[in-house]
Design a protein around this ligand. Sequence first.
Ligand code: SAM
Length: 309
Amino acid sequence: MQLKDSLAAAIAGLTAEHVPSPRLNAELLLRFVLDCDRAYLFAHPERELTTDEESRYEAALAERARGVPAQYITGHQEFWGMDLIVTPAVLIPRPETEHVIETVLELRTTDLRLQTSDLSDNEPKVRSPRSEVRIVDVGTGSGCIALALAKELPQAEIHATDISSTALEIARANAARLQLEERIQFHPTNLLDGLHPSFDIIVSNPPYVGESEEDQVQLEVRKFEPRSAVFAGPTGVEVITRLIEQAHAALRSGGWLVFEISGTIVDAVRELLSGWDDVRVIADLQSIPRVVRARKSTTRPVATPTQHP
Ligand SMILES: C[S@@+](CC[C@H](N)C(=O)[O-])C[C@H]1O[C@@H](n2cnc3c(N)ncnc32)[C@H](O)[C@@H]1O
């Protein structure tokens, strides 16, 4: 069958199966099978597909029709201009998470203390001699946040944690592919357990969906993305509550906590951060609260957040 006929049949098939954006998905999967760019599809409409190409295309379309995200079929997702490997062991990096990177980079340019790494005398000097800022990405998944920061901040000392060792394997593989493996220290651990404190910045896209709102989550996410990456517990703030507590202990005074949230939990998060300084909520392009940044107070004690089981 010719390329243009295969593509037309695929679009019709995905449309009939109610797959969103059928043309986009049909083109993406054909590009994956032929290992070509989009321009090639339009430059060679009469190219005959081999039997092997046809059967691989059919298999990919069948996977997509049963709801498997295209990224798990192709094994790739773009984030911050980087091509990342993704498998069902990791959350597919979302474009909204790029606001987390922008927020950290903005701190680097606006916060004088971060530019000078001006540690007070009673704080342990644990950073490596050449690093100007010490950062940890908690719950790194594919490694997208840690990798973007390693790319943007060549002098930073970067750590990344995840409770899932399979996720960390993917993050390490991505670091190796991008030749950033020397830049990131990976830790299989629960949040910040066992890490040497005194970070300048703690960054995270933690699980923040409540089990009580499970039926509002897209079926594809619920069925195919790792549950422990999406759901935090009954209310959605369980992991964030522990992260805020641990971050307070692990940040140097005046250090920053930056993490992703949703509109559903923004009020609860503000309350958990009472006692922190300079709390600011940043909205995404849909005007949904998406990132919170807060500075560990240099003076006042922080109120202990409400304990969750
Ligand atoms: C929402 S995903 C974010 C992944 C990646 N940072 C991103 O932005 O695409 C949350 C990640 O946190 C990890 N995680 C969940 N609970 C954790 C915990 N208690 N300690 C460390 N990592 C955890 C999950 O395995 C998952 O990789």
